[in-house]
Design a protein around this ligand. Sequence first.
Ligand SMILES: [Fe+2]
Length: 192
Amino acid sequence: MIMTTFNFDNFYYTHIDIENYDVIIKEIKFHTKTILNEIGKYSGFFKISKKDLTDNCPALLNWFNKNNMILEVAALHLMPAHRSGQLHSDNDGSPEPRLALNLDIENSDLTKTILFKVNNSGNLLSTPGGLPYILYQYSEDTCKKITEYDLSKPVLFDTAKPHLVTNNTNHRRVAISLRFKSDPIHLIIGRP
Ligand SMILES: [Fe+2]
């Protein structure tokens, strides 16, 4: 077996193309509609059943299988209108897996995720669903903006890079975030 190592140092995010994406996103939106109705005005990272997701989204499962991707975590991320999230990274500092595939459910094509290089250590915390994250104190001296993305297209990004979501629109932002047993680096190698 050939082991491929990927250097994450200078990788922040890339937009990717997903085959059959129109069908896949339609399935996901249909599946998450009921969950979103139940969550109501929830704000933050909300873990959902990966089994229910793949059971109800066969085109998504087919794409995972074709690309040797085993789903580990599925979550909805909700940000109310005119709100910015805190600066954080979504892991406990372990080297891999660290990539998330984020897709637009509502309004995330018009809102930004800003990624930073941070020179302070932050605090290791845990989401209500038990996912570790590191919360950073923002200051101009120690936090340098590197880049930003929107979800006008699917994004693979390095969750270990400190980031925050900002929603300056009049509507809530909803994205789905998918993490895998091992990082699907074959989807990013060779991309700009
Ligand atoms: Fe995050």
